[in-house]
Design a protein around this ligand. Sequence first.
Ligand code: ADP
Ligand code: MG
Length: 392
Amino acid sequence: MKLDPDLIHYLTKEHFRVLTAIEMGMKNHEYVPVPLIESLAALKRSNTYKIIQLLLKHKLVMHYNKSYDGYALTYMGYDYLALKAFMKRGTLTRVGIKIGVGKESDIYLCEGGVKEEDKDEEPVKGERFKNPVVVKFARLGRTSFRTVKNNRDYLKGRSAQSWLYLSRIASLKEFAFMKALYNKNFPTPVPIDSNRHGIVMSFIDAYPMSQIKELENPKKVYAELLEQVIRLAEYGLVHGDFNEFNLLLDEDEKITIIDFPQMTSTNHPQAQFYFERDVKCLQDFFMKRFGLKFEGIPILEQDIEKKEDLDKEIKASGFVKEELGDDLKEFDQIHEHFLNKEEVEDEESESDDEEDIEEESKQEDEEKVPKLINNNTTVDVNEEETKEEIIN
Ligand code: ADP
Ligand code: MG
């Protein structure tokens, strides 16, 4: 399912009022009953009905009509709420094309905010946008994963809606790490904005290393990559997925590291294992692709001198506290989901995420009647922000 770049401009304030009302109602309803949507959106009944029908047509919401009439957001609806927030803040001006589909993310090339003085300039030849940026949406629950350890029950049996919540946490975590790393001069994209399950970052004009067949100076690139893994450890962090798909190389063989939701602390009980896995991944790739043999894996506790504990600093940061308060449980658990995921054989790899969720909810509908669900399994909403959105 792709976003329609024009829909964001077509949806009116009232459409967003209803979407936001459904988001708020999902705080404690799996499907939000229509009278509650009407009261939260504070619109006339006939208007609300028409709007819901339009949202349904565009698959921004899904419908439940077994024991009562109710609606819930789909990933697509959640996307448009995040896009709207980015546009309001001016960090995004136009929605563009999908340029990447991860197992649990979608990547869009968009136009970022353009400064007043640059408004009349033409895009650079061949470029689609004056200020290309990337929007990454987390889509947890899209694919089935077999978790290596059995103690990850908290991920099992979640409702479709609670995946939205986990996606929000994963995205928040990724943004927090990207910001912290960028501030320490790690080669990451520029972190620009974060809202719900979406991140805006600078577009990197480069290729994933997986697509690169030849390098002018492979030894230098390897040395630089290893240096980054070690530097991360000096800051108390292990990337956890340091593979050729998450390392971008530009024409000058300059590297950019991406993809941070699984990032973990060197204090994690399995940190050495993940650290070794990252280094080994690099060594295997350079062997396989360039026939270069590199050996030797540092031991975290012996060979790396820790300078700072970024993991701790990030958790204590205002940005994370503001969003999550003191409850960092999910924030801490989310990396386990990513670190240990093992894909289950793809039955239908091109499957449509919205339909997956709808399908899942249909199955759930058959099994049980939706009930009031407790807060920590539903979409969590920043109420102040949401209210403001409704009012404005
Ligand atoms: P996932 O978590 O699904 O693996 P990634 O963050 O690794 O998502 O992004 C998936 C792909 O999207 C990358 O391999 C890369 O090709 C592209 N991509 C992601 N971020 C950027 C960016 N800032 N600039 C350019 N391409 C990007
Ligand atoms: Mg990736």
